[in-house]
Design a protein around this ligand. Sequence first.
Ligand code: SF4
Length: 150
Amino acid sequence: MMNHLKRELKMAIVLITHNLGIVARFAERISVMYAGKIIESGTTDDIFYSPRHPYTWGLLSSVPAVGKKRTEKLSTIKGTPPDLFMPPIGCGFYDRCDYRMKVCKENDPPSREIGDSHWASCWLLDARAPGVKPYVVKRHSGESSCKDVM
Ligand code: SF4
């Protein structure tokens, strides 16, 4: 119905959801928000197949995958979001991030272009940051492998 209305009325649709399944089916472009800010934005392929922000990795890791054993626990993102009445000075994801560095605590990461249509705000994208193997999704098997700090 939404696609029908979009075509008929020649309009765009903005979906705000935690349901990545719906996002994958409908969206052409995805913006990932955390603590009131867009922290990564790109085409659906950029976000699902080449995500660059640790929060996006966490979201994708917590999606149930076909082929996973029923006994396997879904991964979660530890901790809780920051109190936005007292917003953090540096990166909003700092307390929950497995890859945090000294610079992240007091400096909000700038947005960095990754491709024509893809950008993210994370100090890991700085040339001086340690190498991190990004989260990888295998397109055909539906399996995913987790990121590792090198
Ligand atoms: S800027 Fe630092 S704390 Fe924030 S997501 Fe990137 S690595 Fe993690």
